[in-house]
Design a protein around this ligand. Structure first.
Ligand code: SAM
Length: 307
């Protein structure tokens, strides 16, 4: 099937997907007690795990009421108890526009997300491809599936005080992510999983060409290792999306890489943390000349799509 611009019904499906994957359509009511707070009193720290173990064996769990702040959720500022993605609605809108743009413009290559957590953003990427009737591209889903690495301060001093690795709720198993794809009817042979630390999986990944590279690994290490292995595979006209430019380690990695490679494509800010750039001709990168920013892609997209 030739890729096409989604119909009204398909666009409504994508809106519903965004609402469900972020749980902004139907909000979460409860959150697990331990997921979001660590008891400070020693007695609770000892008692709580014991109580939870007993309750779990009876199919019960201690929860507290949870009130989602829609403004925070819209821009990916909270860690949702149940939603399959923490990136928020605005960043999913950006993903949709980028995917629809590369499909409409015939930019060749697959789509890679590095750092997927429960898989929601990658699931959404797959749903946009489905809505466009694109059956050729692979969605690559890369993660340790066991959380973030401990900082390697000797090699990456920018990460020396990074504590993401201490958050056990950032560790989501491969099986859980696959099951999430399956529940949305989006698990097929064009979804491929790269399990392991990026330092090991990126240099050997069997990816030939990329149209979109979405980085969501939070740290300097987890950002630079992906860029070094993958940037040269990104097609001209493709997109780099950086979820965590608001975090100092990630920002330093992006700034270092762009400076070293002379990348002059303008960085577009989405919401104060997530940024993206549209890859222009390679020649610009080598010479890094001062030039006018490219036209904002959503304007290009609207006019091109509706033509
Ligand atoms: C903030 S979460 C990603 C959020 C996700 N994109 C979403 O849609 O909600 C960061 C993820 O990156 C993964 N990660 C970070 N650094 C990594 C590394 N060096 N190697 C493998 N996985 C890594 C973690 O396991 C975690 O799942």
């Amino acid at each position: 099937m030739n890729p096409t611009y989604p119909t009204t019904a398909q666009l409504l499906y994508l809106d519903l997907m965004k609402g469900v994957l972020t749980r902004t359509t139907v909000c979460e009511k409860y959150t697990s007690l331990t997921a979001h707070e660590r008891p400070t009193k020693a007695i609770y720290r000892t008692l709580l795990p014991m109580m939870q173990k007993v309750l779990k064996s009876k199919g019960l769990e201690i929860v507290r009421l949870y009130r989602c702040d829609p403004e925070k959720r819209a821009v990916g500022l909270d860690w949702p108890p149940e939603a399959e993605t923490m990136v928020g609605l605005k960043r999913l809108d950006n993903v949709q526009q980028c995917v629809m743009d590369v499909v409409a413009s015939g930019v060749e290559g697959d789509i890679l997300e590095t750092g997927v957590w429960r898989g929601g953003c990658s699931i959404f990427i797959k749903s946009v491809l489905a809505a466009c009737g694109d059956t050729e591209r692979t969605v690559w889903v890369a993660d340790s599936f066991e959380g973030l690495p401990k900082p390697n301060a000797a090699e990456f001093p920018q990460d020396h005080d990074d504590n993401h690795w201490t958050h056990s709720n950032l560790a989501v198993s491969l099986e859980e992510v696959q099951e999430n794809f399956r529940r949305y009817g989006l698990l097929d042979e064009r979804v491929k999983f790269l399990k392991g630390w990026f330092k090991d999986t990126m240099p050997t990944a069997p990816i030939k060409q990329l149209a979109i590279l979405r980085l969501d690994g939070d740290m300097y290490e987890s950002t630079i290792q992906v860029l070094e292995a993958m940037y040269d595979k990104l097609s001209v006209g493709g997109y780099v999306i950086v979820d965590d430019y608001g975090l100092k380690g990630c920002k330093a990695a992006i700034d270092d890489f762009r400076r070293e490679r002379g990348i002059a494509d303008p960085i577009m800010d989405l919401d104060g943390s997530c940024v993206y750039w549209h890859r222009a001709a390679k020649a610009f990168e080598m010479a890094a000349p001062a030039r006018k920013p490219v036209q904002k892609y959503d304007v290009v997209l609207q006019s091109e799509m509706k033509a």
